[in-house]
Design a protein. Structure first.
Length: 261
């Protein structure tokens, strides 16, 4: 499945340095340091409550760090497309499929500007790329879970971003829909876009995602999937998650100079 978009020349890694994100004073992501290389395809995996969605929220700019930083190198933050979990979508809101996809072009809108014919054509092409020809006038409340996810993928296609963040993109989908949308993801990778996806299907990760970040609020392992997803690392991730104390005080770790921060 092709989205009809040309490959991008992406330069600059996403650098994460000592990143901590907290809710009500308790870290949800804890001293994360690492690098997403340009054009990489990375799965973010870990136990429930491991901070996977929180990390994507920080990468998308929706959550602020209490410590550390994220640096996008030569890529601009405007080049980031974010696909949230479906649970964050209000399906009762009376909006049509084509309008949802057109929201992917929001950066192109200026004050009092209108949707152009070119934008509508691109949105229609994006819907065709995810197998939804003829769905333009339907309301999102009329769609199945799989059809709505195809619409959200079409919106990401519309953004034409160099960095793509996907939060559980295949959750609760039928096999056909998951396979079709996985092909969209693989096509983004072939176009040298940087794709980061929160996933639970370890078989899919091992088969299709070359890089994996194993997270349990802190980094357990990060690198080639085969080297990251070892039984030892998976066991350590589970134990780290189980032993995490929500009531624990803010941690203190020595920096390179030996000073406690």
């Amino acid at each position: 499945m092709s989205n009809g978009l040309s490959a991008l020349n992406v330069s600059g890694a996403i650098e994460i340095n000592n990143l901590t994100i907290a809710y009500q004073g308790h870290p949800a992501v804890h001293h994360v340091t690492g690098r997403f290389m340009p054009g990489s395809l990375t799965a973010v995996v870990g136990p429930n409550g491991a901070g996977k969605s929180t990390l994507l929220g920080a990468l998308s700019g929706q959550l602020q760090a209490v410590e550390g930083s994220i640096h996008f190198g030569q890529a601009q933050s405007a080049a980031v497309a974010y696909l949230p979990q479906q649970s964050s979508i209000d399906r009762e809101f009376p909006v049509r499929v084509l309008d949802v996809v057109l929201l992917g072009a929001w950066r192109e809108f200026k004050s009092f500007s209108r949707v152009t014919d070119q934008m509508r054509t691109r949105a229609t092409q994006a819907l065709a790329a995810v197998g939804l020809v003829g769905f333009e006038r339907r309301f999102i409340g009329e769609l199945s879970v799989g059809q709505l996810q195809r619409v959200l993928f079409a919106r990401v296609l519309m953004q034409d971003a160099s960095i793509i963040l996907l939060d559980e993109p295949f959750n609760a989908l039928d096999t056909r829909t998951a396979e079709d949308l996985l092909e969209v993801v693989l096509n983004w990778h072939r176009q040298a876009r940087t794709v980061i996806a929160v996933l639970h299907d370890m078989s899919m990760v091992r088969t299709h995602f070359p890089q994996t970040l194993l997270l349990a609020r802190e980094v357990i392992a990060w690198g080639h999937s085969a080297e990251t997803l070892t039984p030892e690392n998976m066991s350590r991730a589970r134990q780290t998650s189980e032993y995490w104390d929500e009531r624990a005080p803010w941690c203190a770790r020595p920096d390179d100079a030996g000073m406690v921060r």
